[in-house]
Design a protein. Sequence first.
Length: 550
Amino acid sequence: MPSTPDATIGTLPDPRLEDRVAPEPAAHGAGVQAVLNDASRDLSVYSALHQLWYDVVGDREEEPGIAAVVDFDDLPWLEAPTPGREWVVKLTSSRWKAGTGTGDDYSAYYEYLLTFRERDEDGDLHKTGQACSVRALPQFADLNYKDGESLTLQYGEGSLVKCQTTWADSSDEVEARMFDVLELVLDVDRGRLLADRNDESRRLTKVEAHHRFDIGWKRQVVETIDQTRELIAYGGQSEIEAHQLRQREGYLEALLDADRWHLLGFPRTSYDIELKCYQAAGWTEIPREDPAHHPKLEASFAGATGDSALPHVDEWDEVIQTLREVVSSHLEWAGVGREELIADDYQPGPASAEYRYTHPAGRRAQLRERYEAVGTEIHREALKANTQAVYDILRVVATESGASYDTLEERTGLARSTIRYHVSRLAEIGVCEKVSNPVLVVFPSLAVLDEAEDILRRIYPDDQVDDMMERAEERRERREERDDPSSVDDQEESDDQEDDAGDGDRGRTSEWAYFRDLSIEPHQLANALDREYLDGDEVRVRTDRRDWVE
């Protein structure tokens, strides 16, 4: 989506920034990368790992191999293993995007991954709450993609090394662990690694901050995330992705990935920030006394924006502070205080140290601006001329706090294709959302739901349930009288008026045309199907000439 200057936005009241003190969110996952300019060495780090793979694995069907058994006393950041187990470093490989040669002579290089695991007495490997992995990739001048295009070496020749780990409080800690792992499995000196390291290539690839909180506050937290998504999308053009699951009681989880958080008062960044509320798999089977039963609110650096470079490792403090501000502000907006935080084996929860952060205030005014705009659209849609179809759809969604297509079809008497048309239109202008699978039509927040109920009551104060049931039955009877009961036609009180979703006058028969004779492009047809402007029974494809179509 193209961006526009902020001066053209002007849709949200400017936030006020206030200094606050709150429990400091824990730094969770972290990742760094660096290029070692060691191509001139007798053996680069990448080549050394390539040789190690042949020594301890040798056949990809035999993966993983064990590159080292670890004495945790030698690594101060590593905890003692579970009783009856030992720490090991497993070695695996995977085909990489570049290699040498072209066409039939192309030969891909492989990347090599070192991962810490606990090994039990039977030789089985286990993940734990503490993780560390190191990945090595080649950076050689003669490498190219399969189509022959040369691989771009941004930081020179050698070995690209990436490390991801948990519970590190600085980029220095992550880099130190990366070197610890390389020294552990290879005959390489840290002094050499430091000498070969390209300083400009030292970049952050992952940073996370989170709090675990009592499950009783999950709905409020997810509602707050949903409000933030609405504000960012409303306040300006934004690359935004959101995934939500909802049931009648509220959301199950939420994930928001956006690049315009500064619209709400957070620092302007050259990278996306992801905010999510999530829980462990199978949490319903975990006792409430177990911390894993309770959700986390986590903010993470989610990659650079556009052509921007990844943040340098020296920017760690600024990045983690911004992520912590996002977490703390959303918990405050949701009403989650220190006493609602949950401790676990890796962070103290309510006993977390205090830290000072900048809190964007004025959110209530921003939400009021947003909801007033949505309310205007609801009022306009519900009063559409010549039809009460949209009013009835909105009323069912409001009454049911979310309605499926089946429910809307039954309660309104409208054809499903008509319902899909109107719902898709309403979703595009922000009045409602389509969530879950099968689709559930909902208002974008509980505040909008309350607003919609009030607006709909004011529009037709004398409209009763019996009135809507009568309209639904009349619609069904009219469709039964037509030659094509499945056609999209929503004639209301007027005799020959064409509904916005309809395809002509009452009694009109279906008309079909070859795609080649239509004035639309293939991508327009695909878009219409994807957005449900066209139903599946409105497009035909000949299958007898093309086996692959079936």
